[in-house]
Design a protein around this ligand. Structure first.
Ligand SMILES: C[C@H](Cc1ccc(C(C)(C)C)cc1)[C@H](NN)c1nnnn1Cc1ccc2c(c1)OCO2
Length: 330
């Protein structure tokens, strides 16, 4: 089997992408954030206090003839940006882009943090990290990808995220029409459960390519690109008026600045992020100061190849043994 679904940016600066999914019988449609950097599938639900729901679609297990309570099971997740959620668990039919998994663990939120309440067009997350990271207790649950694996034509899913436009996620096949040339693969170290791999180096603008291994995680659920401070300072040194602002918590610069491109390596292949992707957003709607899409990872303890980087390529997440990740030019 295969599946294919849209990845729709939830706002005008691509803070996150959501994908239509259906849960239950008859199908209830929700817009969820497919997140390779976590492994819980959770949704706003009929169990979420109405004070914490602001426009989101909810999943009501009581309205589904195929829902089953996973009795005695709970979950609680805290994301790296400080947001979080917790609740109980049902199993139900779950479909993404025509690919169905029966009795998928669907984690129903009984509490969500304010940053989730504020994102009205995001109804939850589909974790596509390794199932070892799932927070359901006493027994952890499998991700949608792990449940779908046995029926997939090929043990892969792909991400084709786009800048200020709708892209796609495919399951079980690699769509040749979505990239040119070949896919370059590199090994994934699946501990502690992220899609962890290395870049082979980087270049700032037209500068020489610096060959250096940079380990990090490819994370579709993270907006920006977070790299070591030395690389980030080398980049913003090329930007007139750029500064690392304590107040704004990162590099800012005049919105009128000309930004260099940023190139990253995967093995011998090179992928260039257009300057426009790094001119991320105005710090406030009327400001002429802009916040960078490339920021330092020093506070995170891990380098994160988020959407700013991933949308510059066609990415193959391969669940083969051993797992690997592939990048193609588009
Ligand atoms: C933050 C997201 C998870 C999320 C997504 C969306 C949202 C909103 C809808 C409310 C906008 C909040 C949270 C990420 N997913 N793998 C994640 N989950 N756990 N770690 N990370 C990566 C990380 C870690 C730390 C950081 C960061 C990123 O951005 C800034 O500081």
């Amino acid at each position: 089997d295969t599946g294919s679904a849209a990845a729709v940016p939830i706002n005008e600066v691509d803070i996150a992408y959501v994908t239509p999914v259906t849960v239950g019988t008859p199908p209830q449609t929700l817009m969820l954030d497919l997140d390779t950097g976590s492994s819980d599938l959770w949704v706003f639900s009929s169990l979420t206090p109405s004070s914490q729901v602001r426009g989101q679609e909810i999943y009501s297990p009581a309205k589904s003839s195929t829902s089953k309570l996973l009795s005695g099971h709970t979950w609680s997740i805290r994301y790296g940006d400080g947001s979080g959620s917790r609740g109980t668990v049902y199993t139900d039919n779950f479909t993404i882009g025509g690919l169905e998994v029966e009795s998928q663990a669907v984690q129903t939120a009984q509490e969500v943090s304010s940053s989730f309440t504020q994102e009205q067009s995001l109804d939850g997350l589909v974790g596509l990290g390794f199932s070892t990271l799932n927070t359901v207790r006493p027994s952890s649950q499998l991700t949608f990808f792990d449940n779908a694996r046995p029926k997939l034509d090929e043990e892969v899913f792909t991400a084709d995220l786009k800048y200020h436009a709708t892209g796609s996620y495919d399951f079980g096949f690699i769509d040749r029409a979505k990239y040119t040339g070949n896919i370059t693969y590199t090994p994934v170290q699946q501990s502690p459960g992220y899609w962890t791999h290395s870049l082979s180096g980087y270049a700032v603008g037209s500068g020489a390519f610096q060959s250096t291994q940079i380990q990090g995680i490819s994370d579709t659920g993270t907006t920006l690109l977070y790299l070591p401070t030395a690389i980030v300072t080398a980049y913003y040194r090329q930007v007139q008026g750029a500064q690392n602002s304590q107040y704004y918590g990162g590099y800012v610069f005049p919105c009128s600045s000309t930004l260099p491109t940023f190139t990253f390596g995967i093995e011998g292949a090179r992928f260039t992020i257009p300057a426009s992707y790094i001119n991320y957003t105005r710090i406030s709607p009327t400001s002429s100061t802009c916040y960078g899409g490339l920021q330092s990872s020093s506070g995170l303890g891990i380098n994160i190849f988020g959407d700013v980087a991933l949308k510059a390529a066609f990415v193959v997440f391969s669940g083969t043994n051993p797992p690997r990740i592939g990048f193609g030019t588009k």
